[in-house]
Design a protein around this ligand. Sequence first.
Ligand SMILES: [Zn+2]
Length: 243
Amino acid sequence: MTTGMEQARQEMCDIGQRIWMRQYCAGNEGNHSMRVEEDQLLCTPTGISKGFLKPEMICTVDMDGNHLNVNQEYRPTSEVLIHLEIYKKRGDVRAVVHSHPPHATAFALAGMPIPEGIHPEAELFLGRVPFAGFAMPSKPALTESIVPLIKADTNAVVMGNHGVVCFGRSLEEAYYKLEILDAYCRILLLARPLGPPNLFTMEQMRELMALKETFGEKDDRLKNEADLENRITKSPFLRSFED
Ligand SMILES: [Zn+2]
């Protein structure tokens, strides 16, 4: 019989394989974690491809980032500090995935914020995706560039010139945010040569937000409709068609 912890370690490996198979990470890039206890995380080891993780390679750290494994052969990812700060800020978050999915990373390289009011899946499952300026990987500045942008309804952040970080109430949910974000960016890039996208009206946005509420997904954007409308109609993505 497998214990909950064994299952969690296996899930860490399974999600790693999905990340690798979808080519969201090349080489040993990326990292993900799960909060398994109030004071304990499972996280990926440094220097191992996400496609070839084994349960015994998964590291356990406490909320101060101390490595708790008896077997010290595999060291936790250096970016576990970002994960820890996200968990500290948002008690509802149980898993964090950091990755370099090519289509969303294309937006990160161009400094192009993810546009709103275009695609129903993106509205229902992502909402507003903040854009963080570039910060050096594995340095405290990287955490400082991301964490202040995270609000109660945020579940993904684009990291300038780098990639994305997504989070959710389970590891699978955090992974789905990653998949949906990259699929949305891919669709935007495919549609790009066809001309500017049609935009949702505010009436349609209100309907989408009502539907979203029935899914139990949090979204605070209608608290400031004027801001939301402004972001939809004047997004840098839309303006890029005028050049
Ligand atoms: Zn990275």
